[in-house]
Design a protein around this ligand. Sequence first.
Ligand code: GDP
Ligand code: MG
Length: 304
Amino acid sequence: MAWFDKLKQGLGKTRGIIGANNWEMEWDDLEFALIAADTGAKIAAEVVEETKKEREKGTNFKEALETALLYQLEPDRTRQILRNVGFELDVKRNMVPLKGKIVMVIGVNGVGKTTTIAKLTQYYQAHSKSVMLAAGDTFRAAATKQLELWGERLWAPVITGPDGGDPGAVAFDAAQARKARDFDILFVDTAGRMHTKHNLMEELKKIKKVISKADPDEPKEVWLVLDAVTGQNGLSQAKKFHEAIGITGVIITKLDGSAKGGILLPIVRELGLPIKFIGVGEQADDLQPYDAAAFVHALLDMPS
Ligand SMILES: Nc1nc2c(ncn2[C@@H]2O[C@H](COP(=O)(O)OP(=O)(O)O)[C@@H](O)[C@H]2O)c(=O)[nH]1
Ligand SMILES: [Mg+2]
């Protein structure tokens, strides 16, 4: 199945809530539906206001809602203007750029960090980049093995350390190895949970600092992985991680099976964080560069 259809199918639950079968609804119902899809109350009210404004211009309900959602998800107005004058932006063909060479990937347990790293590896390799991996989740015994298996499958070297060892040491070795072997990108996997005596945020801060000792000015990217299924809870996770570590991008996973696609709105609008990719399945190619229009069109069951 094409990724767009997967996303469309996954968002079908959200679409059901916002009344895709009935493209005309009471404003209160729309507001409630948006809240149910995890946009949060404030943004839901804004979307309703924007939709109303568009309706007053004579736009039909579906297109009015499309504009209102795009306004939220694409704060970069120039892109909207370009689209309005019929200029299509092709994000699928252009590689999602990286500010530096090292990307630290963080997030709570089970959100899909390790799987997403595999997907990112395949994505950047397809754009002719050489990729190395660091198995920084030393907390769970199976985590290193999981990354090693992906590394074998994708022909990407994986730097590992002993189970239960210091994740900072793994990250340091990997950062040095990347430089020495001149690889384009290093993705650093991390744990989502620590032994009770360790604090996860402190540990992640330490890993970040250690990387900059091996390679000054790195990591330039810290990407947070969020599971769409966790809904509004994901927003508070994002706030906490952002305050503690500083996030440069967000990846939303499991949009293939979620009714909570609305979480993207507060991530963009309230936290001001860019969404880099979305995950739509468990395979290495189930990853797509984030595109606001494609997301809204999947949500509203419009053609891509
Ligand atoms: N349906 C679906 N499952 C996913 C997606 N991304 C990851 N998973 C699954 O989520 C589970 C946890 O993933 P993992 O990468 O181990 O999470 P981590 O603990 O954050 O490293 C695995 O079963 C993955 O296959 C996605 O986009 N869609
Ligand atoms: Mg993992």
